[in-house]
Design a protein around this ligand. Sequence first.
Ligand code: HEC
Ligand code: HEC
Length: 342
Amino acid sequence: MKKIVFGLSILVIVVLSMSLRTTTNIEGLDEQTTVWSVLQELGTPAPNHMPDESVNGASAERGEQIVISGITSKPTGGKIGKQSNHFVCTSCHNIQKEDPDLANPDPEARLTYVQEQGLPFLQGTSLYGAVNRSTFYNGDYEKKYGDLVEPAREDLREAIQLCAVECSQGRRLKDWELESVLKYLWTLELKVGDLALSEEELQVIENTSKTNATEANKALELIQSKYSQGAPVHFVKPPEDRKGGYGLTGDPVRGKLIYELSCQHCHEQERYSYFSLDDSKQTFRHLAKHIDRYTRYSIYQVARYGTSPIPGKRAYMPQYTKEKMSDQQLEDLRAYIESEVN
Ligand code: HEC
Ligand code: HEC
């Protein structure tokens, strides 16, 4: 009898401690679990861009319409005035995952990936996962926007406003519009499945005891090592000698992808620009002729410096940073243009 009681109590203790243990673990992790919900369970403080529920009339649906079409319905009825006369947010930003490895954003891997996914290849970083980043307009953007970058560096709301005015050449968003865009961006947050965790790493995270600070920290570091906390930014220059270019051999097949997935995203049938880039010989000849010149029609010039906006007046072209187009890719584009001339 004593033995049975002893045996039973051991069993009870084991079962109890097992259940205690599971309740302090990260439960029910799967591909669709949001990264933020895991970080939250690990005790990470909330970022300063959680949606503000006290703002009336804000919704993710309205935010999505603003991002995709620049207009939406007012909470009080009627339509808002267009955010920008020149662009919509998706002129320059994808809203899907665009980097196969989120920890190492790389334009070569991205080009292949966006082609497979049927997405464009753009100057702005994807808005997918923006809420999971903690710094914005990083690196050299300070050179372009100066003091304007300061409030936006660690504040997603300000980053959106900066882009609405400076990148989009439009107006600032009203409070409820801004909260709507933010709510929409929260629907684009990273999922565990985006992080390319190995089976082992997943287990480490699942077995983490939330009450053990060391373990929780380790899990946090592991998760954060899987995506970039802020998109890196380096401005680069056209080659010194535009005739010789960057001294790399271009691949016209890759160049065609850039032409179609990037340049034509804005320039085909004058979608976002009055300057049309079609597939005619005439167009390629025009581009080819200017490659080594110091004019605004040189691909080196426009890709690396963009064109300047005349505030409120017209659209401009954002430059490609090193992270958005490598020197090799620019040579690939050149090779494609030159191969289409004859
Ligand atoms: C004409 C091009 C263009 C348009 C239009 C545009 N953006 Fe941007 N945006 C950029 C570029 C270029 C950056 C520079 C930083 C980056 O994305 O790497 C940027 C940066 C951002 C950032 C900070 C990203 C980061 O991680 O640093 C956010 C957020 C953003 N834009 C949101 C928006 C929203 C919302 C809209 C629409 C209201 C919009 N943008 C319209 C080009 C554009
Ligand atoms: C995000 C949209 C966008 C993308 C992508 C883009 N451009 Fe542009 N581009 C513009 C806008 C807007 C202008 C300004 C001209 C205008 O007013 O229409 C411009 C201007 C130019 C000009 C100068 C034309 C002039 O009249 O001054 C050239 C050349 C050019 N782009 C080539 C390219 C090439 C080549 C690519 C691909 C590597 C490319 N663009 C990608 C939007 C874009």
